[in-house]
Design a protein around this ligand. Structure first.
Ligand code: PGA
Length: 243
């Protein structure tokens, strides 16, 4: 596990974008696993900028996203598909047909989970998976649990996640109660993991996840067992992790 200390959010974003850009450069037809939330926005800004400057080419890249709210369609401005399109896909030269997000409108969880797993397999697996971390230690929408979920599945969101995500909605009542998410096994199968973490409010969970016991009650702790993990955090987020 490599832990890279960045000065601040901007520095973290630039460093994370550089790791993703290196992947695209060495393997132009790579599969990027992507994430939503506020943490990766700066990373996506850098990638969009470098693409605009002509130093990065996404024309052969495929992407798969970690998760999507159940019941929200692509046009819904709170859906993760919409987020990805706005923050990244519409700003780079990627083929929209190569961008994949779980289908929140599929009513049958088993069908959607199976489809998404098969899709990832058919693409040859994920070369590098970008991850954020929730205050409760979730990755994707894998919430604290008594076991690690292996595959893509439908989850009930916890009160903590609903509370954290309500800032994007008119009220907490409008936050969907369920989501489709890659499983912990799906994430762990990626060849590389890139975790980004920013802000003092993430310091406790970062210390627990990266230095504490590996347990499903802290889902992100599992990444300690992955053979190729890079964590890039700003000073505030990594303040409780010894040098
Ligand atoms: P955030 O969310 O980037 O908005 O803090 C991270 C997450 O919930 O995975």
């Amino acid at each position: 596990m490599r832990i890279i200390r960045a000065k601040d959010y901007e520095d973290m974003s630039r460093k994370a974008a550089a790791v993703l850009a290196a992947q695209v450069t060495v393997k132009p037809d790579c599969v990027l696993g992507l994430a939503t939330g506020s943490t990766p926005i700066g990373t996506y800004d850098c990638l969009a900028q470098w693409c605009k400057e002509g130093v990065l080419d996404f024309s052969r890249v495929s992407t798969v996203n970690l998760d999507e709210y159940r019941g929200l369609d692509h046009e819904n401005d709170q859906s993760y598909y919409y987020f990805m399109n706005k923050n990244l896909f519409s700003r780079i030269n990627i083929d929209p047909a190569h961008t994949h997000v779980p289908n929140g409108m599929e009513p049958d969880p088993e069908k959607e989970s199976k489809r998404y797993e098969e899709l990832i397999r058919s693409l040859g697996g994920i070369d590098i998976q970008l991850l954020g971390i929730g205050h409760d230690g979730h990755i994707g929408f894998n919430e604290p649990n008594s076991f690690f979920d292996k595959y893509t599945h439908c989850v009930d969101l916890t009160e903590m996640t609903i509370e954290a995500n309500k800032r994007f909605f008119a009220s907490a009542d409008e936050v969907p109660r369920q989501a489709y998410t890659m499983g912990i096994g799906t994430i762990m199968h990626a060849r590389k993991l890139l975790m980004i973490v920013s802000g003092e409010d993430k310091a406790d969970i970062a210390a627990a996840a990266f230095c504490g016991e590996v347990k499903p009650e802290v889902p992100a702790s599992i990444i300690q067992f992955h053979p190729d993990v890079t964590i890039i955090g700003d000073e505030a987020a990594l303040s409780k992790i010894p040098e």
